[in-house]
Design a protein around this ligand. Structure first.
Ligand code: ADP
Ligand code: MG
Length: 213
């Protein structure tokens, strides 16, 4: 019960697409409070375009993530196309040519994603961005592996930390992107990107747990 077959890409990526589609209005509403209200619209457009490319055939986790990444990079506007595009491409490249994904390989996938997004966007924890979700999620995941938790339990710890990280953005003042123009007035609102990042990690983890064998 502790590896993920590489051939489960379709099931896993469909779960991520659904999470974004179902929450598109909510994400735009969050972005409306501190930004321009387009986050859910942008994300839905990119993820739905990827869904249409995916078709009905099986796909590897690596190929699915890479195609999602390149679709977002080329088709979504705003801050998020390049950032999430890079994140998914980095995850996909970290498991290229693997026939199964172990808990350690998934740690490499998340680490690669975090490094590349940080290099590109220059954000740090506390800036009120998606990194406030991703950084604690990866830390919790790595801590779970250090404690020799199962793949499924490590994913559960990751999701719980992602949720707490997302919630932590409510009290933050935005330091980057459009929301930073509001200064103190950005406080009191969840960050839209931190929320989409939580929804993505939660969907990914839930679908992966269901596919472990
Ligand atoms: P835009 O700000 O161009 O309208 P979106 O609304 O799609 O783009 O995305 C806004 C989200 O982008 C914010 O909620 C924040 O989480 C994220 N963000 C902005 N700048 C950065 C950055 N430099 N690094 C990481 N995330 C960022
Ligand atoms: Mg926006």
């Amino acid at each position: 019960m502790d590896t993920l077959s590489a051939n489960t890409g379709r099931q896993i990526l469909l779960a991520v697409v659904s999470a974004i589609q179902e929450n598109a209005a909510y994400l735009s509403e969050l972005d409306g409070a501190t930004g321009d209200g387009d986050h859910g619209v942008n994300m839905n457009k990119g993820f739905t375009s990827f869904r249409n490319k995916l078709g009905d055939a099986p796909v590897t986790v690596s190929d699915g993530l890479s195609t999602l990444g390149s679709t977002l990079l080329t088709e979504i506007g705003g801050a998020m196309g390049p950032l999430y595009g890079t994140l998914f491409m980095a995850m996909g490249s970290a498991c290229e040519n693997e026939s199964s994904i172990t808990r350690e390989i998934f740690a490499d996938m998340l680490t690669n994603a975090l490094n590349e997004v940080q290099d590109l966007g220059g954000a740090a924890v506390g800036d009120k961005t998606l990194l406030d979700t991703l950084v604690p999620a990866l830390e919790a995941y790595k801590a779970a592996l250090a404690n020799d938790l199962s793949f499924a339990d490590a994913l559960r710890q990751m999701t719980a930390a992602a949720e707490a990280g997302k919630e932590s953005t409510r009290e933050m003042v935005a330091k980057l992107g459009r929301a930073s123009r509001l200064g103190e007035r950005s406080r009191g609102h969840l960050d839209a990107g931190a929320t989409s990042c939580y929804l993505i990690l939660n969907a990914l983890a839930t679908a992966m747990i269901a596919e472990l064998s």
